[in-house]
Design a protein around this ligand. Structure first.
Ligand SMILES: NC(=O)c1ccc[n+]([C@@H]2O[C@H](COP(=O)([O-])OP(=O)(O)OC[C@H]3O[C@@H](n4cnc5c(N)ncnc54)[C@H](OP(=O)(O)O)[C@@H]3O)[C@@H](O)[C@H]2O)c1
Length: 297
């Protein structure tokens, strides 16, 4: 795929921060809730007329729909916000794709599942979300499948990335380790599949070339607890003597329930012979060395 017109929603977020690198061969039209930026245009996906106008102006070949309400606890406390962004916002984007005949890539999540399975979820498992974030992202999936023939729904795992802007788990724990913080605790009873946002976009750039439309899981394979991720971080950062306390999730109560098993298997990609994703430990190590270490030290 070369020289496509690609419109990106939520381009200022964690995944969006890799779009320029991964899709550098294309004409990019970046949008988000930004005030003033030369590279990125303000577009609130909750506004159907504004979305349609932007799409008709740009006439994209491909849409990377990354905009989302991703704060899981805020989604639980403000379900109208979650549904207006993740469900209605996605409907607005899908309708604009329908009108302009653009191919849509919608990123979803393992939160669409109940978490009761013992091992990784695959694409043939039935969803059954346990929190509002998962409900609203699943509603977005269903809207996409009902409105479009040509789409990719790509479910990702615990997102890793952002470099200097990384305020998520990996960024926080890495700074605590480098600061020698001896009060480090990490949860050992919830499981997910870490997903390096750069790998995800690289995988998506290959997937959209296949023409194999549909629903996919795309994570860095393997199952990890936050505690196991912290251990890998400690090893990569070379702080072997730093104690990390392994604790249950009861130590970190939160408004939104967190499911026990959120890990995903890239089963359809495996069956098609195109699972390009590397194991999570390798991806995490690469992220830390290439993006975090230079700013931490
Ligand atoms: N983060 C994860 O662990 C994870 C895991 C699996 C799947 N995903 C999915 O991956 C996709 C990308 O997530 P991410 O990690 O890059 O999230 P992110 O860093 O929160 O980025 C999302 C972007 O969307 C913007 N946004 C929010 N409401 C909007 C609206 N009404 N109109 C336009 N833009 C809006 C956000 O702006 P503000 O920051 O100003 O709100 C933010 O820049 C999302 O679909 C998410 O559901 C994320």
């Amino acid at each position: 795929m070369k020289n496509k017109r690609i419109l990106v929603t939520g381009a200022d977020g964690m995944v969006g921060s890799y779009v320029n690198d991964v899709f550098s061969d294309h004409d990019l039209y970046l949008t988000d809730l930004v005030d003033l930026s030369e590279d990125c245009v303000y577009l609130d996906i909750r506004d159907p007329a504004a979305v349609m106008d932007e799409f008709q102006k740009i006439k994209p070949d491909l849409v990377l729909h990354l905009a989302a309400a991703t704060d899981v606890d805020r989604c639980q406390l403000e379900p109208d916000w979650a549904h207006s962004v993740n469900s209605i916002g996605t409907q607005n984007v899908a309708l604009a794709c329908q009108e302009t005949n653009a191919l849509l890539v919608y990123i979803s999540t393992g939160n669409v599942f109940s978490g009761k399975k013992e091992t990784e979820y695959n694409e043939f498992d039935n969803p059954g979300p346990m929190n509002v974030y998962g409900e609203s992202k699943l509603a977005g999936e269903r809207i996409v499948t009902s409105l479009l023939n040509r789409y990719y729904i790509v479910r990702a795992g615990w997102m890793i990335g952002g470099g200097a802007k990384d305020k998520k788990f990996v960024g926080k724990i890495a700074s605590m380790i480098v600061d020698g913080d001896s009060s480090l605790k990490a949860v050992n009873d919830k499981y997910g599949s870490p997903t390096y946002a750069r790998d995800l976009l690289n995988g998506i750039s290959k997937l959209v070339d296949t023409g194999y439309y549909g629903l996919y899981h795309m994570v860095n394979p393997g199952i990890a607890s936050r505690y196991q991720i912290s251990e890998v971080l400690r090893d990569v950062l070379e702080y072997p003597d730093l104690e990390i306390e392994s604790v249950s999730s009861e130590h970190f109560p939160s408004p939104a329930p967190r499911i026990r098993m959120e890990a995903l298997r890239n089963y359809k990609l495996e069956l098609l012979g195109c699972d390009w994703m590397r194991p999570w430990e390798e991806a995490l190590q690469d992220y830390v060395i290439s993006e975090l270490l230079p700013i931490l030290l």
